[in-house]
Ligand binder design. Structure first.
Ligand code: PLP
Length: 417
């Protein structure tokens, strides 16, 4: 797989992001620190749209991956819409300037009240269970067009926890309940203008998308007012140099052909939507932390950094691989480390990992930290959350301040005890 754009490069013995030495960034902003490359986000967007020039394809960035307003604005400027999963994300999207009709609301397990609030804001409503479908139909009939989330029962993606299409999944309305869906739609007069599926994350095999869309084509025959089919996301990004990723160009060619044939049969030019989160922002993000302690135990050598799963939970939560380089000594002799955090629980970022020799005070750069990094961070151990810096055309901009203890205490109400 061809790598189209490399954000993080070794240049004259220094690690750089878009031409800026990462050590100068940690000197300026301190550690730990999230750094994002605007250029990388834009180039990922372009690569996706280039792969689908043959279809009327629309991107709906799944903003739960990273919701900083500046990131949303970059994607808006690229031409993207949004995929949102909470009313708060809808409001952030509107604040970033997105047109409500370019925002799809794809929540799971929320109340009809929250769905109605989103409908009032004018966004596209995607319904993922029959109970809400009935309630929405009873209240609004055909006045507010809706999309329906189908669970095609395709087991896809990196691991069970991030796969959403399987039989045990809580997501979507089962393909086997289609007859029931039709009954509700006919009885209440619902106007179904979109069909949706999202089978999981980190899907390498493009056949999964092709099988999924075939299932949606079958469902589409039952709904004459469709305007779009939304295939969700799940594109896999390379998690290390030379790692595999979804072959978007092959997917674009094969899917576009199928889609064109389908539209001819359906009798209408539909839009094809995708909702990438990880694909657009994962590689654009790097998490920088400083090594506090190098600790030799009987079993391993720990490199203990000034962060933990409170700031980047993916390795502990999903067993996710995060590539790590020693930005202070990129060409050193490789040794084997366990990179651990400072949280008072087992808190590792990497196990048995070869990294250039680490000294206390070195800066480690953790790759693929743009998606579900800052966004899933917390104040566990009463630690403040890190700042976020955005690099635009070779210039760094602070886009979120480092939290302080007061930010953590602000909403506590002190009783007179
Ligand atoms: C999380 C999510 C996405 C994005 O998934 P990625 O693997 O980050 O691309 C897209 N659609 C829906 C409905 C989601 O919940």
């Amino acid at each position: 797989m061809q790598v189209h754009f490399i954000t993080m490069v070794l240049n004259n013995d220094t690690y750089q992001i878009d031409g800026i030495d990462v050590l100068s960034l940690t000197e300026k902003y301190g550690t730990p620190l999230y750094v994002y490359s605007a250029n990388k986000i834009a180039s990922q967007y372009e690569r996706l749209t280039d792969a689908f020039t043959a279809t009327n394809m629309k991107v709906r960035y799944a903003c739960k991956a990273l919701t900083n307003l500046n990131i949303l604005k970059i994607l808006k400027n690229c031409g993207s819409g949004l995929d949102t999963v909470s009313i708060q994300e809808v409001k952030i999207g509107l604040k970033a300037g997105f047109d409500p009709q370019e925002i799809i609301f794809t929540p799971n397990g929320i109340s009809i009240a929250e769905i109605n609030e989103a409908a009032t804001l004018g966004v596209v409503i995607n319904i993922d269970n029959i109970s809400i479908l009935e309630q929405f139909g009873n209240q609004h009939g055909g006045n507010i067009p809706i999309c329906i989330r189908i669970n095609p029962h395709i087991l896809a993606g990196g691991n069970y926890q991030i796969s959403t299409g399987h039989i045990d999944s809580k997501f979507g309305i089962s393909i086997h309940q289609l007859r029931h869906v039709e009954r509700v739609v006919e009885t209440t007069g619902l106007n179904v203008t979109g069909l949706h599926m999202h089978t999981g994350s980190e899907i390498l095999d493009i056949d999964v998308f092709l099988r999924g869309v075939n299932i949606l084509f079958g469902v589409a025959e039952k709904f004459p007012n469709l305007e779009f089919l939304d295939l969700g996301s799940g594109f896999k990004v390379p998690i290390a140099p030379d790692a595999d990723s979804t072959d978007l160009e092959a997917l674009g060619t094969q899917l576009s052909e199928k889609f064109k044939d389908f539209c001819k049969e359906y009798g209408k030019e539909l839009e094809l939507w995708f909702e990438p989160g990880k694909y657009l922002v994962s590689e654009a993000g790097t998490f920088l932390a400083k090594v506090n302690v190098v600790k030799h135990t009987t079993a391993t050598v720990f490199a203990g950094i000034d962060s933990g799963f409170n700031h980047l939970i993916r390795p502990m939560f999903y067993n996710a691989y995060q590539h790590i380089v020693n930005a202070s000594n990129p060409n050193g002799v490789e040794r084997i480390y366990t990179v651990s955090g400072y949280i008072c629980e087992t808190d590792n970022f990497a196990w048995d990992r070869k990294i250039s020799e680490i000294k206390e005070g070195d800066i480690l750069a953790i790759h693929n930290a743009g998606a579900y990094g800052f966004e899933m961070s917390s104040n566990y151990n009463s630690r403040p959350r890190p700042p976020e810096v955005l690099i635009i055309n070779g210039e760094d901009h602070l886009i979120r301040k480092r939290e302080e203890l007061d930010d953590n205490l602000r909403n506590q109400i002190l009783l007179d005890l």
